[in-house]
Write a protein that binds this ligand. Sequence first.
Ligand SMILES: [Zn+2]
Length: 207
Amino acid sequence: MTRTTQSHANAVTTLIASATGFYQRGWMLGTGGNLSVALRDDPVVFLVTASGRPKGKLGPADFVEVDAAGAALSPDAPKPSDETLIHAALYRQTNAGAVYHVHQISAALCSTLDEAQGFVELTDIEMLKGIGVPARAVARIPIVDNDPDIPALAREIERVMNPEVPAVLIRRHGVYTWGPTADDAHRHIEILDYLFEYRCRLAQLGR
Ligand SMILES: [Zn+2]
């Protein structure tokens, strides 16, 4: 199956729309988080947010085209996101058309709540269907340590990721997801927030 790709111009529009929506929901405050969309396949080229740009006011100059190894294609390009290597790893492991990473408070809380067991387990929740998991199935979302060594963090995400459950939590930090298209990745971010909130509120209720 070939990877879904977008033109550079469409990818910029898509990523600004997603980032603006996520910012308004408090999921990409400040410069937090990073988003990418595939532009070409085999070898993959993707467009990723530049490092250190405020996610509530991104413009067309705030994105960088990078190769399969996460290196900028143009020497004049701004510096890609610090976490670009994680995007490269997820494109390598999946047929994703987009990889999204946000700093949801629900994700940070859930990864704290379940840090000892190393995964968040969710089952019998209707909204699981929104990330492609049958509602009655048991979905385990892995939690990796928040390693400041990004190449090591990328290797760890690559090791623990489950293609059937498109999410990996970084402990006390945020979540990565991916999908066949940017619309899928965007939906996954919304649904994951619901699922993490559900998990946290259930714990508050002592369940
Ligand atoms: Zn982050």
